[in-house]
Design a protein around this ligand. Structure first.
Ligand code: VGL
Ligand code: ZN
Length: 238
């Protein structure tokens, strides 16, 4: 083989690496250790088929999450946990419809159908989730006038849920994020995990997005810029 052909082959394999999609497993599967936690975001009835804010294919994340969870000794679950008449509900704003934007004191807020009201069946975790070793459930969005997509910090940008302090106290430095919805609670959680100095992975096929007004593409761009690593469930050792 001549030199030019070798160079051409090298060039094409470099190109193949750049376009490699996340459905291909990494060379070496990841084995989560005791310093790693799986964050399972908002796998709640309201976001599943028949729910008031059903995410397309949302139910498909459940078996994937159940499977990867077996590789983790530390698992934290979250629940979106709104008051009745929460500020994020379109029904709380005269003349507004779901998926419209409003300006609130802390910035722009997408308005949603009523969802995940405290104590309702819709706010319950999917009955098909099977993660008995999960150690903590973080509830968020329980202040009537402030939303909280992130499991770390409310939408005012300052009120914490305590999750960063909990992970620090438990000596956890790496998080894997999965659940619903990719472009809201998963993305905001992953971005705040980076702000908390955590090594952060999002397991793409263990998430599904809402995708309103370009939100899904923007979420992946923002997460990549923040150093969030995008992986597939196949990258995690069974
Ligand atoms: C979520 C919209 C409103 C989510 C929660 O879990 O991604 N999205 N509340
Ligand atoms: Zn919500």
């Amino acid at each position: 083989m001549n030199r030019r052909r070798i160079l051409r082959l090298l060039g094409s394999s470099a190109f193949a690496a750049v376009v490699a999609d996340t459905t291909r497993a990494l060379a070496a599967p990841i084995k989560p250790d005791d310093k790693s936690a799986l964050l399972v975001i908002d796998v709640q009835n309201c976001f599943l088929p028949g729910g008031s804010l059903a995410v397309k294919e949302g139910e498909q994340v459940v078996p994937v999450i159940n499977k990867i969870a077996k590789a983790f000794s530390n698992v934290v679950l979250t629940q979106d946990w709104h008051t009745p008449e929460h500020v994020s509900f379109a029904s709380s704003h005269a003349g507004k419809k779901p998926f419209e934007l409003v300006d609130l004191s802390y910035g722009k807020q997408v308005l949603w159908p009523d969802h995940c009201v405290q104590g309702t069946d819709g706010a319950g975790l999917s009955k098909d989730l099977s993660i008995p070793q999960a150690e903590l459930i973080i509830r968020k969005g329980f202040h009537k006038d402030v939303d909280s997509y992130s499991a770390f910090t409310e939408a005012d940008g300052k009120t914490t849920t305590g999750l960063a302090a909990y992970l620090k106290a438990r000596d956890i430095s790496t998080v894997y994020v999965a659940g619903l919805a990719t472009d809201f609670c998963v993305a905001w959680t992953a971005l705040d995990a980076r702000k908390a100095g955590l090594d952060t992975f999002v397991v793409e096929d263990a998430c599904r997005g809402i995708d309103t007004q370009g939100s899904l593409a923007k979420a992946w761009t923002d997460m990549a810029a923040a150093g969030v690593k995008r992986i597939s469930s196949a990258d995690i050792a069974a």
